[in-house]
Every structure is written in structure tokens, then in C-alpha cells.
Design a protein around this ligand. Sequence first.
Ligand code: ZN
Length: 287
Amino acid sequence: MTRGNSTAKAAGIVTVVVAALLGSAYALGRSLVPDQVPGLSTGATTSADGPHYADQPSGGEPSGTPGASTGPAETGQDGSAPEASTDNLFGAHATSGSPRLALTFDDGPDPRYTPQVLALLREYDVHATFCVVGENAQNHPDLIQAIVNEGHTLCNHSWHHDVGLGARSADAIRSDLLRTNAAIRAAVPNAPIVWYRQPGGAWTYPVVSVARQLGMTPLHWSVDPSDWELPGAGKITATVLTQAEPGSVVLLHDAGGNRQGTVDALRRILPDLTARFELEALPTDPT
Ligand SMILES: [Zn+2]
């Protein structure tokens, strides 16, 4: 099991105890994602550590559900499916569609980590894609503005990181996605939002259909270092650099727990990736 290891590492590397506890709870909660009942995933709690979603419970035993704990390199919170499989993507894009590599950052914005990510991207003159959660966009409009002003692409990641959203009615899905876009556009009027990433990668036909009806292309990924499991910057770095290839869409997280490991990994990843690939923000006018 990786959970004990990740918890121990989290406790060892962070200096703020509460941050470590919440980060571990986040990772633990992620492991339970496949067991979540959609109707239970609407409650919100907030704390000094930022929002934690109902699909990220604060306790409980790890699930034995297949796909939940078979290893960070194969599955993850945004990886309910093995990354090599495209059977349950319902047509969601798993590559950039070009030789260029696309970095994507999920679950933010977060005032602790998003500015660090933006600064590193600026340093290496790299543009990326940010899959933002509606309530976080509402709470941090300045960060949404910074993301857009610095030339990055926005992606809708649902209002409340609802992993079960795809099981809801089309009307409920539409309402959630529109609410999220409205929060983004409250920060940046007329912001192009042409991508949607389903939390947990839990794609369904209805969620793909509604996203497309609203002018958003479903976006999955092809490289997943499971950074949300807090494997450490070294492991995140190694996974990304080993698996990256032309057209890769790399899944990283700038929010949802302690993401310093991801930030530290990014600092190591960018010199290598920029030497080997052309990096891009996903286009805001996909065809
Ligand atoms: Zn996510």
C-alpha cells in the first residue's frame, strides 16, 4: 500500500502539521472516489487549508475497489481508469492533438500553490492549462485573472469537484457546468472556456454530451504521476520525465491538499521538458 507511505512522507516533509493531516485526508478521500454516491458529494466544508470536497472525506478506511488502489502509476483520483485504456473516455481527448506537450493543473486555483506554479511557468516561458473548480474560482478571482493574463488556458472542472456529476441528470450537469463558467467569467468576462475535465476522470455519456452542448471539449490526460498521493517531488519528476512524449497531456494538481511536492517537481521538470518538447496551453478554439 502506498497510503501509509504517503502519509508518513507528508508528515515528514511539511512543516505545518494541520496541512499534513489535511493533505493526507485529501489523498485518502481520493482513494474512496469510486465508492462515492453522487448524492453525497454536494456538501462543502472550508477550513484554513481551503476547501475540501465531500469526495475527499476526512477519514475512513482505504477502499479495496479495483481502480482505487492498484498503484499510483496506473490509477489515481483523476484516474478512475488505467491511463492506457480509452474504453471509458467517451471520446474525451487524452492527448494534445499535436506534437506539443500540454501541462494541466487541476482543482485550483489555490492562493498557496497557484502563484508558485504561475511563477515557474513564467520563468520558463511556458503556457499551460488550468482546470479550475467553480467555487475556487469564485473565491479567488484574482488568480483566475492572473491565469488568463499570463496566457494560460482555462478548463472547467465542475463547481464542487463532483466525481459523481456524470451520474446526475443532464439538467443538473448543465447547471453545474454553467455555474462554474459563470464564476470564471465573473473574474474574467468573456473568458474562453472550451475545455471540460470531469473530476475523477469519471466520464459518462451524459457529462460528455452536456459539455459538448455547452461548447466545451472533454479533456482527459495521458501522463498521471498521481501527485495528489504525495509521492514526493522526486517520484513526480521521474514519472513525468519518463512517460512524456509528443502530444502528452500531463495531469498535475495545484490545489486540493499540500501541493508543494508538485511545485518542487515542476521546478525540476520544466528545464528537461522545455529542452525536449514544445509545450503549449491547449488551444482556446478547438476544432
Ligand atoms: Zn480534480
